[in-house]
Design a protein around this ligand. Structure first.
Ligand SMILES: NC(=O)c1ccc[n+]([C@@H]2O[C@H](COP(=O)([O-])OP(=O)(O)OC[C@H]3O[C@@H](n4cnc5c(N)ncnc54)[C@H](O)[C@@H]3O)[C@@H](O)[C@H]2O)c1
Ligand SMILES: N[C@@H](CCO)C(=O)O
Length: 814
């Protein structure tokens, strides 16, 4: 025996009714009770029509005609012509009765609760009559059960109280001799005198539950237009998916906080008898749906769902006069209850200095008045402070019976929210630990739900949102790498890496769904707005997307100056740009502590050695207690390339130009050739070793004539290099004469640092450093005799972009 209930949308159109028939046919030969709602929208029409009539507005007649047409058209469309006349006459009789009723309401200008019940009962009575005839015409022998006669209630109208003793007996008796398939109208009932009553909100679900409980059915199926209760509100969380199994308690918790698939009071009869409820989709009957049963804890998922409620206000009552005084909370709740304000959450710290309640925002004014009256005396004596009200809040709750068996769920919830800069205004957790509830700013609701959904549903991909300024050599290559790697990351790393903002020095472009990486240049060209770095940051902050990362691929000081503000917004920063980390020591330190304070990440592995793991290795040494004694390094990819390629007879400037074409030099090659780039890198290594050091503490001997440095742009610089070519030829011939090679070396030893061009002899490990490679030798307490060596390509767009990629993935995996 099973009971199926079809809601208004499921029986909303003739096409939908055909789907209902298929479902009922498939349920045969099992004995089946099918509870139906009024055709979708009809209950609202009946409401509107009776209100118009009661107010003396003749246009009620138009609505009656609409109701009539709706039902007659359905008969025409559903039933074969030869069976239509009997149904027509039955329905016509009912419609005439409804018309008379409306006329009566119009004439006496009155709509009592009793009359309203009578009016509304027509919706289900009409639909069930048509459906029964349709099923019989389709060859499914079906009886029409008279719910009104079977379900007995008291005489409260609009929300009657069921007399279960009589009702259960009536239902058992009737069903025992009825056909295998019985269709019953939902929502309707009658009192002991046979006067029509109705079951209130969620009435048809309630009817189904009453039938299922009376008949000890194997299951009670609620057929609707969604494939079950979802893990979160699908309008907020695109990745929300139906929950396969829930316990009754979990379903009640989720419904309480906004998952509107079932209305809790209606499931009480089946809950008492532990009859499983199945939520199924009429439009996708093959979907498994959700089963709500007594033991739903067989699966491993300990957080079953996230529910949310918007438009909450927090009332905060504080004051020294509250501490240790009994009755304070009693008086607060009494005042609210007398003002008919429903309290949704309550928190009170054990200091008793404050008590905070969450209510529906619409109740704020009446609550303020009630509280002001109740505590008039205490307020005047300043024993309590004026009520604080915070509006536009939202509630988010994690729900799951098994949460209590797992340590750290609250911690995971709070850190996931904290890492995304979402502040929590209030927290509540019942001792059942079935529900952890937080209140937060409504503007963060969607972000919070998505962050928590990603955190607790392991099968879900973590969405990362990248905002990138600088899409030249390195930035452009990084985008291409993301494009090439996108599917792999989705499949194997569970990371959905989207670029949602890009900018060069002229234009910027945003797309919150992710920019099409096959056409990012075209999109920037066609849709780009004028670039402004402050506007870029503002747009990024306003977008308020979870897991946002700002990537600076410029060599620009102004962009580097934005990091602090960005980090305070809990947005992580990844950059190959060395300017910030090589700026004042205090600024460098401040950025690192800001990141810690706001739980954002500040990663800049590519500042030294491009994609080589120089900084992470150094960090590991320091964190594990090692001390850096000495560093010797070749840290400029471009200078190493230049001196490896430059031979007597070749023009120095041509080699420098070539280094630029290969993408090794900085946008301004003087930064490389002057040694500044290397000074910045050794400075960053020293600072990461734990020392306070400034750029001015580093000695530097330039091999570039001062006149070359005194040029206004790259072309003037190249022209000047050409003019001084003889100086560079001499450098290389002198070195070759001594069987040496030229290397631009950075050294840190005994607390002193310097950079400069050196003639390196054959036996030195730097001598064979090829191409654009870098090498770093760390001499430490633990690596005393033989240094720890890191060596490899130290410049180039591909390796640099892959280092940036690795930093972004470290954030994704954190
Ligand atoms: N090329 C390498 O091998 C390498 C290695 C490690 C680190 N880096 C660093 O990577 C960064 C980028 O180098 P690149 O070779 O890609 O340079 P690039 O000149 O090719 O690209 C720089 C990009 O930054 C943009 N830009 C500059 N100023 C800007 C501003 N104010 N607002 C918006 N956009 C701005 C430019 O329009 C361009 O898109 C530099 O900081 C460099 O030090 C490069
Ligand atoms: N211009 C830099 C790029 C890597 O930081 C170099 O030549 O090493």
């Amino acid at each position: 025996m099973k009971v199926l209930k079809f809601g208004g949308t499921s029986v909303g159109t003739p096409d939908n009714l055909k789907k209902v028939k298929e479902i009922l046919a498939a349920a045969q030969p099992e004995k089946t009770v099918c509870v139906v709602s009024a055709f979708g929208g009809v209950t609202n029409l009946l409401h509107a029509c009776s209100e118009l009539a009661a107010s003396g507005d003749e246009s009620y007649e138009e609505l009656t005609e609409q109701i009539e047409a709706r039902h007659l058209d359905t008969i025409k469309e559903l039933l074969p012509v030869q069976s239509q006349s009997i149904t027509f006459s039955k329905i016509k009789i009912l419609l005439n009765e409804l018309e008379d009723l409306m006329k009566g309401i119009y004439l006496i200008r009155e709509l009592s609760p009793k009359t309203l019940d009578k009016v509304l009962s027509f919706g289900e009575t009409l639909s069930s009559n048509i459906i029964v005839d349709y099923l019989n015409a389709e060859g499914l022998p079906t009886d029409l059960g008279d719910s009104k006669a079977l379900i007995k209630t008291d005489s409260t109208h609009n929300n009657a109280i069921v007399d279960f003793a009589v009702t259960d007996k009536n239902i058992k008796h009737y069903i025992s001799s009825a056909a295998n398939l019985v269709v019953c109208p939902g929502f309707v009932s009658s009192d002991a005198d046979g006067v029509t009553t109705t079951l209130g909100r969620g009435g048809s679900d309630y009817t189904a539950a009453i039938f299922a409980a009376a008949l000890d059915a194997d299951s009670c199926e609620i057929w609707t237009d969604v494939s079950g209760m979802m893990t979160s509100d699908p309008r907020q969380v695109a990745a929300a998916h139906p929950i396969e199994k829930l316990s009754f308690q979990e379903a009640l918790e989720l419904s309480h906080f906004g998952a509107k698939v079932i209305y809790p009071p209606t499931i009480q009869p089946v809950l008492d008898k532990k009859i499983p409820i199945k939520i199924k989709n009429t439009f996708a009957p093959e979907d498994p749906g959700t089963t709500i049963c007594d033991d739903a804890n067989g699966d491993k998922q300990f957080v079953k769902g996230l529910s949310s409620v918007k438009d909450i206000a927090l009332l905060n009552l504080t004051g020294s006069g509250m501490v240790g005084v009994p009755k304070f909370s009693f008086r607060l709740f009494k005042a609210l209850s007398e003002a008919k304000v429903n309290v949704i959450i309550i928190t009170q710290a054990s200091s008793e200095h404050s008590i905070c309640v969450g209510i529906d925002q619409k109740d704020v004014e009446v609550s303020k008045t009630a509280i002001a009256q109740e505590f008039q005396l205490e307020l005047s004596l300043r024993k309590i402070d004026p009520l604080e009200v915070e509006e536009k809040m939202a509630i988010v709750a994690l729900v799951g019976d098994k949460m209590r068996e797992h340590v750290g769920i609250g911690g995971q919830m709070f850190s996931a929210l904290g890492e995304n800069g979402i502040s929590i205004k209030a927290i509540a957790q019942g001792s059942s630990e079935r529900n952890i509830t937080v209140v937060l700013d409504q503007k963060n609701l969607s972000k919070a739900l998505n962050v928590l959904h990603e955190s607790f549903f392991l099968s879900q991909r973590k969405r990362m949102n990248l905002f990138m300024i600088g899409i030249g050599n390195v930035g452009g290559t990084f985008i291409n790498q993301i494009k090439a790697q996108y599917d792999y990351l989705n499949e194997f790393e569970n990371v959905d890496l989207r670029v949602v903002g890009i900018a060069n020095s002229r234009q910027m472009h945003f797309d919150e769904d992710g920019i099409n990486l096959s056409d990012w240049k075209g999109a920037l060209e066609r849709k780009g707005e004028k670039m402004s770095s402050t506007a870029f940051v503002q747009k990024m902050v306003d977008a308020n997307l979870r897991n946002s990362v700002f990537v600076d691929n410029t060599a620009n000081a102004e962009i580097a100056s934005l990091y602090e503000n960005i980090l305070t917004k809990s947005i992580s920063v990844v950059t190959p740009n060395k300017i910030a980390c090589a700026s004042d020591y205090d600024n460098y330190l401040n950025l690192k502590s800001t990141a810690r304070e706001y739980q954002s990440k500040f990663y800049y592995e590519t500042n030294v050695g491009a994609g080589l793991p120089v900084l992470t290795t150094l960090g590991d040494l320091i964190k594990s207690g090692d001390k850096i004694k000495k560093i010797q390094a070749v840290l400029s990819g471009s200078l190493n390339f230049i001196f490896n390629t430059f031979k007597p007879g070749v023009k120095f400037v041509d080699v420098v130009r070539q280094a630029g074409i290969e993408g090794y030099t900085e946008p301004d090659p003087k930064i490389d050739l002057s040694g500044v780039d290397v000074m910045r890198k050794i400075l960053i290594l020293i600072r990461e070793s734990g020392l306070r050091f400034e750029l001015s503490d580093i000695g530097s001997e330039s091999f570039i004539p001062a006149a070359c440095m005194d040029t206004a742009n790259n072309e003037e610089f190249y022209a000047s290099l050409e003019k001084h070519d003889a100086d560079f030829q001499k450098l290389v011939t002198d070195a070759e004469a001594k069987n040496c090679r030229l290397k631009f070396v950075a050294t840190f030893d005994e607390g002193k640092a310097s950079v400069g061009l050196q003639e390196i002899p054959k036996e030195h490990p730097f001598y064979i450093l090829e191409g654009k490679d870098n090498i770093v030798l760390f001499y430490t307490n633990r690596y005393k005799d033989q240094p720890l060596v890191i060596k490899g390509a130290g410049a180039g767009a591909e390796v640099t972009a892959s280092g940036i990629f690795a930093d972004v993935m470290r954030i994704a995996n954190s």
